[in-house]
Design a protein. Sequence first.
Lengths: 303, 262
Amino acid sequence: MRKHFSTYLEQVVEQNDDIIFITGDLGYNALENLVAKMGDRFINAGVAEQNMIGMAAGMASQGFRVICYSIAPFVVYRCLEQIRNDVCFHNLPVYIVGNGGGYGYGIMGSSHHSIEDIACLSGLLNMTCYVPGFVEDMKSGMDEMFAARRPAYLRLGLGKPLPAGVSLTSYGACSAANPHAKLTIIAQSPVANNLFAALDGNSNKENTDVFVVSKMPLQTLPAELSASIAKTGNVLVIEEHIAIGGIGSAVALLINEQGLKVNKFVSLRAEGYPNGLYGSQGYHQEISGLDDKNISATINTYF
Amino acid sequence: MEHLPLQGKLRTKILELHHKANSGHIGCSLSCIDIMISILKYKEAGDTFILSKGHAATALYTILNEIGEIPDNMMDSFYKNATTLPAHPAALKYASIPFATGSLGHGLPLATGIAKAKRLKKDTGISYVLMSDGETNEGTTWEAAHFAVANKLDNLLIFVDKNGLQGFGSTKDILGDSASAKVWEAIGFEVQEVDGHNVAAMLDVKKKLGDNKNGKPKLLIAKTVKGKGVPHMEDRMEWHYLPLNDEMYVQAIDKIKSDYNI
């Protein structure tokens, strides 16, 4: 998604001279196009993420829209207070862009993973988190982010195209509603690709409604999602993020607030490091039950 | 000397606010009110100011009230419920308070970003920030300082309120003198030291530094006394925290009226 991001951003900055890009000293073999295109509006803040965010807020107060880029854990955790106090309290257009969300950096280890980032950021005043699953909702999220001129976090991951039969929506994407569906599946982030791989060849595929929710916090259940849950009474949530503060906990709260009746609710989520061992993104997904085989098996438990 | 009555008047207002509210942070505001007079009373078009040591909010509120940017009726609400004037500055309430501060180490990155933005827009004006000397303990100070030097931000002017005391001891005893001229000069700042209670001297040095477009960011080390103007508070760490009783308040007001010719 990083290459798609920089290519798309190149088009955006060409038409908008009020956008500044600051990197926390990362971007090799991905952002060179922006260096060339943006000139002195491309700034390397060095290995100093807190200052990067604080400066971005200062620049935004002077009329700029400012992107702060690093890998997801570095641009979220160390500088959380700067994001909260300097950016969010003042509702400034500073866009935190984190590459390799979830277990995206795999064997690089836990310092490079971000499986609590949405929990940290999505509750902050004025903040919107964009957690695209595919290239298309990444672009639509970026369009919305630049137009809104408010604080935002964009979590980048694997950059695959939207699967066939799935359409963009205001909150992300969804499959065509199935009147006979018996299961509502909600996914977030590129781990949605594992869901679609699981559905391919699964005999229960036609009995599911699939929603990919790419924006947090989720303040209300989208009408079609709410209607689907009312119809199926069964929910499966899939996210590459811990249970606390993620889409699963948000959906559970909203279901209860709306008084929807649910027979079975399963959350597949990042479990952290339950065996204390490390590996690729795929390895960690499998350990957490987020691989396509386990997702497929979990779907089958509903039927 | 021409500034003395104003310095005294604002001190009495600071004491009045704290006395009515029965609140602390008195020594911190008395330490830096003269610095703020030299910056805010003489602010020029295009200049920006951030109070990084947000715990000196009453000094900020009184000078902004003096120059007509906070109305009198609002001053009465200080520290009360439903106020726009809490103990540390709030966000998005007054144009002259661009950032809610209170957690240390935020003001310099913000001011550095403003200075860089001014440069990109080819705007004139100085980006001022007032920090405490204890605040230079914060790592963000050094992140921002190196950025400002590397980016030749000579439109950034830092005032350090160097009273030598911080939250729970003296700065020299805790992490050493991280607000020393030598340290900042070694990084690449142009540094001047000045009496932080002499407004005329600060105006003079401030102008010289601001006019010197030599590619170096500027640091003005203002040597101050915590609690300046109230003898029993001066250079005493506890007056970071303590409120005034009625007797102390009357004595303090009388002393200031006498010493500052008001």
